[in-house]
Design a protein around this ligand. Structure first.
Ligand code: ADP
Ligand code: MG
Length: 682
């Protein structure tokens, strides 16, 4: 039987053709749509003692009319109607603007209820709403709906009420009894009624709590089902290797792994040994030791007879990785090769042949790796660093160079857990949340721009000690729209200022990649001591001798980005410094600078960033992967999000979920969203 909730709204008595059209313009077609159209806030009409109400607060009072109303006109069509009201022991005034017709309705000794703004000094309420009669105490909270066109909030209330009256019995629960009991959630029917007509705040809270869980659970069910289907449909490689050889390799490293590294390695090994294809995101702050984890994983693939590929966004990074991997694997018989755009001609041909023969075990490179003629003998593991820099297509092409190789995405951008499990919900996530022991905290200072002279002295001092500095600017060149420093000007100024004392380099996104690599090389070889740059330098670059980072107009950058930039220093054994130049005007702006000076923990920074900016802006651009929730808030309701995520994961892996009647509505939901037909992500 088709649910009556699918009836068109004009099936409701009291909603005519015209209103139905207005509702349609708001995206409301069926009775179900109308009931699912939630208020975005509530007006509070609870009676309060006037002594407790602050100036300019909204208040509702019930009182007895104590004087004849007096009406005054000013200007054309504008009027003020004033009446004295006795409210408890207070004698106050109630003022009605442009409502002259109320004069006749207000008689001495009548009881009326008025709501509006309270002017404490004048002891006056400017009335926004009036009820001629005593306060109806069963309805303190009035829903406020966002409306479009000629629709009014009043009519919306009326229509929703009609829908509730006629259709409440039609509302079935989509959550099974078991879950409702476990979390003490109210039924969907009750929650819907309450969200539109709450008796009080306590009741409203219960209804919201139910919808928060429901929204998160449905969303996570979708993600978890996708994840399960992807795993099952993509048969991967069951890597088999001698564990003692892997352990031997780990023990041969020049340092003990951190606990976090050990945990993450274990998670990755489980995936690699399983018959499913690994699809894992590895997050870890800059310097947390992701590269080491990557090399252990690659070694496991090699021990099981496969090859591994590591793709990074820039040539300079590729070279750095190739070099450190070569060192790590020295004497182990593992062959590491580098393939970038600069590898050409005979060298390239030879490399490609050796790769095809399986003689090369690890290939490190830029997107040069995904060229057509680059073929592996047996590619078993693909790792991408700073994965968000690569397009989906590039990652797919690389993956398809093997037969269902395991895939590991590494990123140094700490993503708050709440976002990680929503945006990357269909992936497994590993986190390295601990830095190797003995790291020095990067001392971070926040200064005003007028301190420039002191900063220049500081740069000079560090350079004289043999160290290097980055100077970051928000823009490449001058802009008439923004009053911020640009890299070209700052480069000219510093070049002039330090003439004869040191070399100042310039780096920005409009240089060709050869030019960029050239400048980076000069900086890493210390022929250039100070590098003026835009944020292009933010990704993974490793120059351990750089100990100072100066950031112009630091308030222009997101917190996570500042942290990422700061991570370019503090990579060697010397004490490093980060100087944020900013004159923020707003309180949040100041708070953001303070956070940077107080913590070096990337996850703490990113959580704070999320809190201050909200999920929509976290990634610095509109992120399409972010779901929209009506009631739930990813930041404030994160506990519920985690609970729902765990529940969803358990459900989709349970037999009961796919078979039992009680989960029918949830399965229907998955079917409707297209998940069950195996929609493909990535
Ligand atoms: P990431 O790629 O996460 O930024 P890396 O893997 O490049 O970090 O590691 C940063 C530095 O820390 C490297 O010099 C690496 O050798 C070193 N390192 C990694 N793990 C450890 C550890 N457990 N103990 C000490 N040093 C480590
Ligand atoms: Mg790295």
């Amino acid at each position: 039987m088709v649910s009556r909730l699918l009836d068109s709204v004009d099936a409701i008595k009291g909603i005519g053709e015209e209103s139905a059209a207005l509702l349609r313009d708001m995206g409301i077609r069926t009775v179900g749509d109308l009931l699912e159209y939630f208020p975005y806030r509530y007006d509070d009409f609870k009676l309060r003692d006037l002594a407790e109400v602050k100036h300019d607060e909204r208040v509702t009072v019930e009182g007895k009319v104590h004087s004849e109303p007096s009406l005054a006109y000013f200007g054309k069509n504008r009027s003020r109607l004033t009446v004295r009201l006795l409210v408890g022991n207070y004698l106050i005034s109630a003022v009605f603007f442009n409502r002259p017709f109320y004069k006749k309705q207000l008689n001495i000794n009548d009881i009326i209820t008025v709501s509006g703004k309270w002017d404490k000094h004048r002891q006056t309420v400017s009335v926004q709403e009036v009820t001629f009669g005593p306060h109806k105490s069963n309805q303190d909270l009035e829903p406020v709906y966002s409306v479009k066109g000629n629709m009014t909030v009043k009519n919306m209330r009326k229509f929703v009420n009609l829908a509730l009256k006629g259709y409440l019995d039609e509302i079935k629960d989509n959550l099974p009894e078991r879950i409702l009991e476990e979390y003490k959630l109210v039924s969907r029917r009750e929650a819907l009624r309450t969200i539109h007509l709450p008796l009080d705040h306590a009741e409203l809270k219960k209804a919201r709590r139910r919808f928060v869980y429901e929204e998160f659970l449905l969303f996570q069910l979708k993600m978890q089902a996708l994840r399960k289907i992807q795993r099952e449909q993509s048969k991967g490689i069951e890597h088999a290797f001698q564990e003692n050889r892997l352990v031997g390799f780990m023990e041969s490293l020049p340092f003990p792994l951190t606990n976090a590294q050990v945990r993450v390695v274990r998670e990755i090994m489980e995936d690699m040994k399983s018959p499913f294809r690994m699809n894992r995101l590895l997050q870890g702050d800059v310097g947390s030791g992701k590269t080491v984890v990557a090399s252990i994983s690659m070694y496991a693939a090699i021990l099981s007879g496969y090859q591994a590929a590591l793709m990074v966004p820039t040539e300079i990074l590729a070279e750095q990785h190739a070099e450190s991997l070569t060192n790590l694997f020295e004497g182990s018989g593992v062959n590491v090769a580098l393939l970038t755009g600069s590898v050409k001609g005979k060298r390239r041909r030879e490399l490609i042949a050796r790769l095809k023969d399986g003689e090369i075990h690890i290939l490190v490179g830029t997107h040069a790796l995904i060229q057509d003629d680059v073929n592996f003998s047996r590619l078993g593991l693909v790792i991408t660093d700073e994965q968000h820099r690569f397009g989906v297509e590039q990652r797919r092409v690389l993956r398809e160079k093997g037969e269902n190789p395991d895939v590991l995405f590494m990123t140094a951008t700490p993503i708050p857990r709440t976002l990680a499990i929503t945006v990357f919900g269909e992936m497994d996530v590993s986190v390295i949340d601990e830095l190797p022991a003995g790291r020095k905290k990067i001392e971070t200072y926040w200064v005003k721009h007028e301190m420039l002279d002191r900063i220049l002295q500081f740069i000079e001092k560090e350079v004289r000690l043999g160290r290097q500095a980055y100077v970051i600017c928000p823009l490449i060149e001058e802009s008439d729209k923004l009053d911020v420093q640009n890299a070209l000007d700052v480069h000219a100024i510093l070049h002039h200022h330090f003439q004869g004392k040191m070399q100042v380099g310039l780096m920005h996104g409009r240089l060709s990649s050869e030019e960029k690599d050239h400048v980076m090389r000069e900086f890493s070889e210390n022929t250039v001591q100070v590098l003026v740059s835009t944020t292009v330098v933010e990704v993974g670059v490793n120059v351990p001798n750089a100990t100072l980072m100066v950031i112009y107009d630091a308030d222009r950058f997101g917190l996570s980005q500042l942290h990422q930039l700061r991570g370019r220093v503090g990579r060697g054994s010397d004490q490093s410094y980060c100087i944020l130049m900013a004159d923020p005007k707003s309180e949040t702006g100041k708070e953001r600078m303070k956070i940077m000076t107080e913590t070096n923990d990337g996850f703490a920074v990113s959580e704070k960033d999320l809190e201050l900016r909200g999920p929509g802006d976290f990634f610095g651009r509109k992120q399409s992967g972010l779901p929209e929730f009506k009631v739930a808030d990813m930041v404030h309701d994160y506990r519920a999000l985690e609970t729902a995520r765990n529940d969803a994961a358990k459900l989709v892996h349970s037999r009961a979920f796919w078979e039992e009647e009680q989960y029918g509505p949830l399965r229907n939901y998955l079917e409707k969203t297209g998940v069950l037909v195996g929609e493909k992500l990535d």
